[in-house]
Design a protein around this ligand. Sequence first.
Ligand SMILES: [Zn+2]
Length: 506
Amino acid sequence: MSIVPIRDLEPFQSGKKIQIRVCRKWRPKIFRLVDQFMGLHCIFVDAMGDAIEASVKEVDYDLVAPKIEDGCHYEITYFYTVKSKSSFQVVPHPAQIYLNTRTVFKKLLNVHSPIQRHRFYLQDFDSLSSRIDNDSILTDVLGHITAMQPLEEKIIADGRIEKKCEIYIENLRKKAMRVTLWGDIATSFNSNAFNELTSAKFVVFTSLKVKKYEDNTVLSSTISTMIFMNPDILELEQYKSMFNNPIDTIKMVPASTTQQIAPQQLKTTKRLSVGELNILDPDKCKDVTIISRATITRFDTHNGWWYKACPSCYKQLKTNLQTDQLVCPNPKHGVIDQIPIPWFKVGLILEDASDQTNAIIIGRSAEQLFKISCRELVVEKGFANQQEFPEAILRVKGQCKVFQFRFGNMKSNFNRSDLLIQGVFDDKVELLASSSELTELDAKMLTLAPSPLSKQVSPLDLIASPDTPPIKITSISKKRTRDDMTRAILSSIKKARRKLERSVFM
Ligand SMILES: [Zn+2]
C-alpha cells in the first residue's frame, strides 16, 4: 500500500496509509452543568506541509489516546475519513480522519527529514474583519504579548461562573488585538504560560473565534484553542528582531473588577433610596455592591468630563510641570511615552423622591451609559473642551436608571469617599431577567463589559432580604445566598444557555 499525501485524502475513504507527524493534540471539554469531554483531536501534518484534523471518539478515548504522542512521527493505517465539519473547522481540509481501536499506529523513529513541528494557518490582523462571526473556520494568530489582565471570574448570563483572562498582543506593524481566553485555557495560560513570560513573549493562539465588540475586532477562545509560547516557526524570527528590547516588559492590566451584577441578582438585591445612599458609612461598605434607582438630573461640571489615562492602568496622568511629561501615579509606570487614552470621568447628580446625591461614572461604565467611547468623542469627533459637555453626555439627563455603586478609595474634598458607578441598568434588563430570555447582545453586555476600576468586588456580596440591614454580611449568609442565587439563576435562565454556549464559547 503506497502512502497517500494528506492533500489527496477525500471524505468517506478507507484502506489508506499516511505518514504524518502529530503537531497538535487536545481534548475539548464542553461547558455544561457537568463537564463533558469530546474525545481526542489531533492535527496531522505530512512531508508536504499539509494538515488534517484527526479525531478519536470519546467512546474510544481510553484505548486509543495512549497510542498517540504529540510531536511524534507515525505511519497510520486502518482509519477512515468523513466530511469535515461545516463550522468551527480547525484546519482547512475537506475531509477529517477518524481513528479507532482498529487503527494501526507504527511509530517512526530516527526520521531522516522530520516533518515540521507546527502547522498554523496564521491570519494577518488586517484580514480578521472578514472573519467576524464567520464560524466556518477558526482563526490562528501570532503576536507579541504587550499586556495581560489577571484571571478573574465572570458571571455568564446563564448564571454559570466562568474563568476569564485577557491578553493583548500586537503584530509587526504594532497593531493591537485583544484575545479573551475562557475556562480551562484561561486558567492554564495564567498559571503556566505567564510564568515563562520573562523569556517568551511571542505567542500563537489557535482556533479562535473572531467577533466585533464596540467597533473593535476581538478574538476569543473556543474549545479547540491551544496556546504555543515562542513556537519554533519561521515567522517568529521577524518578531524576535522587531521586538528585541529585553526591558520590554508585559504590562498587567487591572482586573475588570466591577463584575456587573447579573439581572437575576439585580432583582433580588435590596435597593437603597438616594437618601439612604447619603448616610452610608463608606468605611463600613468598602467591598459591597450598592444598588439604587435614580434619575440623572444634572452634571457636576467643575472637573470636566474626561481625562488622559495611563494606557496600562487607566489611572489619571499628571503633567510634570518642569519637563511637561505625562506621569502615571503608579510608580511602576512612571513617565508615559505612549499616547494616553481619553477616559470618561463624569460627575452626575442623581435624585429620587427622597433626596439627591452625587456620583462619578468612569471608563467603560460611562461608555455604556453614553453609548459612545470617550476615544471616539475626543479623538475622532474632536470634542476635547472640558467645560463643554458633548451632546452624547447631556442627553442622558432626565433618564431614570438602576445604578450599581461602590465607594472609591480617594477621599474627595468633602471628606467623604466618592460614590462610584460600576454599572448602569435600565428596565429592559430587568424585564429580560424575569422573562428568562436573554438576547445574545445582553449576554455579551454582561460578559464583555468590564469597567477598569480598582478593587475586586463580588457582586454577590450584597444580597439581603428587605428586612435585613443591607451592609451586614456574615460568611454564612454569604454562602447561603450564593447557593440560592445559583439555583435561582440556573432554573430561570435555562433557555439562554444553549445560545450562549454557541455565542461565547464555541
Ligand atoms: Zn499606570
